[in-house]
Design a binder for this molecule. Structure first.
Ligand code: DP6
Length: 335
């Protein structure tokens, strides 16, 4: 019986950057994100003799997957089988699977599709295993992490952390929910300045993190203070505190990226202009809005209900930019 799951991207408030084990995507430090309610990815999997992956765009056109993308799915299946063996579930997954990905993520909007895809695929694998054992959401998040680190957090709705853990065992890092989506109605107004493909993707970027002289201090700050401050701000719905720690962490991650060898410069002049303008606007209008950027020039403006209209108007006034509106969502689901 084919199994279909759906999932969505997330936006990190405390960023995951750098691994202690690249193959298993075991992060160096904790991270925290908001799971978004759109755009969605849908994946159908079924038993097969050999691995077959098909992917379709928003308009139904078939995407030609690169060798690198196909290898990533194969590697993910291999690691997932290894993890299921540890759970005594080796027999629960077939020799191979057919995977059909239907992505509703506009390619141009710079929202992490790998987080949505691998959280969705992990959920689908969990569905396939269900007749033998109901995996916990934490176990499902480990499977998601094996495909893309940040995907672990999209297993959960609302606010989720990826807890780094310790050691090199496959299950030492997993995600958990700290508050459901009903806790705080936050919106993410996404401003995409340009549509250039990323020069260096996250997977390659994580491997360079350790070359920055500022990486050790970043990990130390997250471990001793930032993650804790961010969790506290979320639980108390303290927007001012959230803004301070989220912006500090995003700028710090980009500082680490820019000072690594080779230097990773993801932010563009447009990014910096948008940041200057939103800072000026929120000062004059006392708007609760914060900014954050992942591995690209896209600016995420996160705000509560009362600021949405003003932030939306600001976003649409940015010349030559694409705007995408999304909000806190409920995480991966079996359909
Ligand atoms: C900057 O999860 O995309 O978005 O495991 O190689 O897929 P892979 O990396 P990925 O890294 C996320 C980087 C980030 C920060 C974050 O989402 O926490």
């Amino acid at each position: 019986m084919p199994i279909t799951a759906h999932s969505t991207p997330n936006i990190a408030l405390i960023k995951y950057w750098g691994n202690r084990n690249e193959e298993l995507r075991l992060p160096m430090a904790d991270s925290l994100s908001i799971t978004l309610d759109s755009p969605t990815v849908e994946i159908t999997i079924d038993h097969a003799d050999t691995l077959a992956v098909e992917s379709y765009e928003i308009d139904g056109t078939k995407k030609i997957l690169t060798e690198k993308q196909l290898t990533r799915f194969a590697k993910h299946l291999e690691l997932t089988k290894g993890y299921l063996e540890i759970l005594d579930l080796a027999a629960a997954i077939p020799a191979s699977v057919s995977i059909v990905v239907r992505s509703h993520i506009p390619p141009s909007i710079g929202l992490a599709s790998s987080a949505a895809v691998f959280s969705c695929l992990a959920k689908a694998y969990a569905g396939l295993i269900q007749p033998m054992k109901e995996l916990t959401l934490e176990e499902t998040s480990v499977i998601a992490r094996l495909g893309s680190g940040s995907a672990a957090r999209s297993i959960f709705g609302g606010f989720a952390t990826l807890d780094a853990g310790e050691g090199t065992d496959i299950d030492t890092a997993c995600a958990r929910q700290i508050a459901p989506e009903s806790h705080w109605h936050l919106h993410d107004i996404v401003i995409v300045p340009n549509h250039d493909e990323k020069k260096i993707g996250s997977t390659e970027g994580h491997a360079l993190a350790g070359t920055s002289p500022h990486f050790a201090a970043r990990i130390e700050a997250i471990r001793t203070r930032r993650q804790h401050e961010c969790i506290d701000a979320v639980l108390k719905r303290d927007f001012e505190k959230l803004q301070a720690v989220v912006e500090e962490d995003a700028l710090n991650m980009h500082h680490v990226m820019e000072t690594s060898t080779p230097s990773l410069k993801y932010l563009s002049n447009d990014t910096h202009r948008i940041l200057r303008d939103i800072i000026a606007l929120r000062e004059t209008e006392h708007l609760p809005v914060l900014y954050t950027m992942d591995a690209g020039p896209t600016v995420h403006l996160i705000c509560p209900d009362e600021a949405v209209a003003a932030v939306r108007a600001f976003a649409h006034a940015q010349n030559g930019c694409t705007v995408y509106e999304t909000k806190i969502g409920e995480g991966s689901k079996l359909l």
